[in-house]
Design a protein around this ligand. Structure first.
Ligand SMILES: [Zn+2]
Length: 209
């Protein structure tokens, strides 16, 4: 299959690599429908963080399940799924406390690389969320944002105790900040202040609440 590999700052290539196979009985293999570029992909691209060796890229993804391991119970072949950027069992003490990104079995999906035709998803039942209904192009874009930036913005809004009667300030108008605005709005915050220097992002912030 083809996959995106970063060789160094500014040097990103699409190359042929082995197609992933099931390794653990809790794994799934998905055909990646869409993946996107995270702001954190840009740090090594711009040379801000080091690239020590050629590395697979991508940790935000949606796709269709092609295979599941023998211990996968909730996710089925053919399911359309959104996956988290951090694979987690969703059953351990840390997951149950709401910190799935620090699961005792966590696997950062960036180490696997989802900017590829296929991806192996560890802890499929804990990591993947099945989506039902029509997958329109517009919905596809929204679902892709749920893979990382929505969860991160939502977590921040919950941690800040955004809710009815509260005023919330969101510092920064990147994808996570904008979805922090959306999350605070959904959680019922009375007033949301977005700090932004970009007119187009300010328009989105207003739309999101
Ligand atoms: Zn866990």
């Amino acid at each position: 299959m083809r996959a995106v590999i970063m060789h160094g700052p500014g040097d990103v290539r699409v190359e042929d690599v082995p197609t992933p196979e099931l390794v653990e009985p809790t794994d799934a293999i998905i055909r990646v429908d869409a993946a996107c570029i995270c702001g954190s992909d840009l740090w090594p691209y711009r040379g801000i963080s080091p690239v020590k060796r050629p590395s697979r890229m991508g940790h935000e993804y949606i796709g269709v399940v092609e295979q599941v391991g023998s211990e996968v119970r909730d996710i089925r072949v053919g399911d359309f799924v959104v996956g988290s950027f951090m694979a987690s069992d969703n059953t351990c003490e840390i997951c149950r406390a709401g910190y799935q990104s620090r699961c005792i079995h966590v696997v950062g999906m960036g180490s696997i690389g989802t900017q590829a035709e296929y991806a192996r998803i560890p802890w499929a039942d804990g990591t993947l969320v099945k989506v039902t209904g029509d997958i329109t192009p517009e919905r596809r874009r929204s679902l892709l944002a749920a893979s990382d930036v929505l969860g991160t913005g939502w977590f921040a809004a919950v941690a800040a105790e955004a809710g009815p009667g509260k005023t919330v300030a969101v510092v920064g108008d990147g994808a996570v900040g904008l979805l922090g605005v959306l999350a605070a709005s959904q959680l019922g915050a009375e007033r949301i202040i977005a700090m932004s220097r970009h007119a187009d992002r300010q328009a989105l912030a207003r739309r999101f609440g």
